[in-house]
Design a protein around this ligand. Structure first.
Ligand SMILES: Nc1nc2c([nH]c(=O)n2[C@H]2C[C@H](O)[C@@H](COP(=O)(O)OP(=O)(O)OP(=O)(O)O)O2)c(=O)[nH]1
Length: 136
C-alpha cells in the first residue's frame, strides 16, 4: 500500500432507524454527520467492534441476537485521503441513547437531510430511502 488515495479505512457502523429517521453522530469541531461506529481492533469481529463502538459513543448495549448485516458501502473518506469501507449493521439495543464525551451531538436525520452526512453515510441513506425506511 503506497499512495494516499489507495488507503482503505475499514469501519463497522450501526444503521439505526426509528420513526423513519436514521441516527447520526457529529464529532467535536466537525459539521458533517457520521453513522456511529469505528475501526475494528486487531482480531476483533464485526459484532465485537460494533458493540464496543456503540457503547463507547452512545452509551447503549447492542443486542447481539438482533444484529443483521445491512450492507457494505465504500466512498471517499471524509476529511482525509483514501476511502472508507463501512460494514453496516442494524441491531436492537438496550439502554438510553446518550452522546458520550467523544461525540458532540446526536441527531435523527430524515428525508432532506442527506447532504448533512458524509459521502459514505449518504450512500447508506440512499439505500434506506430506496427501501422506503425514511419517512420521518
Ligand atoms: N464512523 C463513521 N466514519 C466515517 C463515516 N463517513 C466517513 O467518511 N467516515 C470516515 C471519516 C474518517 O475519514 C474515517 C476514519 O474516521 P476516524 O479517523 O475518525 O476514525 P476513528 O479514529 O474515529 O475510528 P475509531 O478510533 O473510532 O475506530 O472514517 C461515517 O458515516 N461513520
Amino acid at each position: 500500500m503506497t499512495g494516499g488515495d489507495r488507503r482503505v479505512i475499514d469501519k463497522v457502523t450501526w444503521v439505526r432507524v426509528e420513526s423513519g429517521r436514521v441516527l447520526a453522530a457529529r464529532s467535536h469541531g466537525k459539521t458533517v454527520w457520521y453513522l456511529p461506529g469505528g475501526k475494528r481492533e486487531p482480531g476483533e469481529s464485526d459484532l465485537a467492534a460494533l458493540t464496543r463502538e456503540v457503547a463507547e459513543e452512545l452509551s447503549v448495549s447492542i443486542d447481539p441476537a438482533t444484529v443483521h448485516h445491512f450492507g457494505t458501502v465504500e466512498a471517499p473518506a471524509h476529511g482525509q485521503a483514501g476511502v472508507v469501507r463501512m460494514a453496516c449493521y442494524t441491531a436492537e439495543y438496550r439502554g438510553t441513547l446518550v452522546a458520550s464525551a467523544e461525540v458532540a451531538e446526536l441527531a435523527w436525520l430524515g428525508p432532506g437531510d442527506r447532504d448533512r452526512l458524509s459521502a459514505a453515510g449518504a450512500l447508506v441513506f440512499d439505500e434506506l430511502h430506496r427501501r422506503g425506511e425514511l419517512t420521518g
